[in-house]
Ligand binder design. Structure first.
Ligand SMILES: [Zn+2]
Length: 307
């Protein structure tokens, strides 16, 4: 089991009281994760066991991601969706740590994921000059909005409301992909952190995942915006909306209409920008529309960590 280490952490007595003890012969516990993956692309992780476990989490890129516990084919399972933001992450080996409590003991499983570079193309755009270098009087507003959106993206809830594949938010084709190096009016301005869909102003926008609205607003760059938390660090962002049909705290069903697309904020024309943040890392949502967590997990390494 190269690259994986299981550690028994200290025993906490308060956990022992509420544990069900499975027969040792059936107590096999496994983790599933990618040994190697491309930067910017989402991957799946899972923890599964014949016997019950509690308080599962996975630590990735210095974030602790709370996982849910669900009935699985052979007992219990926790699923996670993770990734890395092309702007912030360099190729290399990164630690991934599972934690759980089983039979009254706390376990840590230390794994390593090798992240490989992926080439994303450059995109030159012409926008209104004030959207490249904002007027000074807008700086306070921009800073305030950056704080609000960062907090929304840090939302971490345990219940898994996301299911795969996600529903497409609009039926239009992709017009700009994730990871494009964006050059606005000749000035490099970072990377495209989402997927743009063709959508005339007024197109109904559906939630790709069930969840809860954590932020709505009319922001300087993003225009009409909605942030939806779907659990385990999975947060969806919708930008440039002309109408917002939900409010903070609303519970959203998968496929529910959350508003109408538009051309508000920093845009070159009407479209829907859909962003997917996984534990704070913006990833490429596009491939997820064509796959499922089960299919993703099949491509990854599975390792028994407890017999
Ligand atoms: Zn976009």
């Amino acid at each position: 089991m190269q690259g994986i280490r299981l550690k028994r952490a200290c025993l906490f007595l308060w956990w022992a009281a509420c544990l069900w003890r499975g027969a040792p012969a059936e107590a096999s516990t496994s983790v599933i994760f990618p040994e190697s993956w491309e930067i910017g692309q989402a991957f799946a992780v899972a923890l599964s066991s014949h016997s019950v476990f509690e308080s599962p989490s996975v630590t990735w890129m210095n974030r602790v991601v709370s996982l849910d516990v669900e009935p699985g084919r052979e007992g219990y399972v926790s699923y996670g969706l993770l990734g890395s933001y092309v702007r912030d992450v360099k190729p290399g080996d990164y630690p991934l740590e599972f934690q759980f409590v089983q039979d009254g003991e706390r376990f840590l499983v230390q794994c390593t994921v090798q992240l490989k570079a992926k080439k994303y193309p450059e995109e030159h755009l012409k926008v209104d000059g004030k959207m490249v270098t904002p007027p000074k009087k807008q700086l306070a507003r921009i800073q305030k909005e950056a704080k609000l959106t960062a907090a929304a993206r840090r939302t971490m809830t345990q219940k898994r409301l996301w299911t795969t594949p996600p529903a497409r938010p609009v039926s239009g084709v992709f017009t700009s992909s994730y990871g494009f190096r964006r050059v606005y009016n000749g000035v490099p301005k970072g990377y495209h952190a989402g997927t743009d869909f063709r959508a005339p102003v007024g197109t109904s926008v559906k939630a790709p995942f069930a969840g809860k609205v954590v932020l709505t607003g009319n922001h300087y760059y993003a225009g009409g915006s909605i942030f939806i938390d779907s659990g385990n660090g999975v947060v969806s962002l919708f930008f440039h909306m002309s109408e917002i049909a939900v409010k903070e705290g609303d519970t959203i069903a998968k496929g529910q209409v959350v508003g109408k697309s538009g051309a508000t904020g920093r845009v070159t024309g009407p479209h829907l920008h859909y962003g997917l943040s996984l534990a704070g890392q913006y990833v490429d949502a596009a491939p997820l529309f064509e796959t499922s967590i089960t299919a993703l997990l099949k491509t990854m390494k599975s390792a028994v960590v407890r017999e």
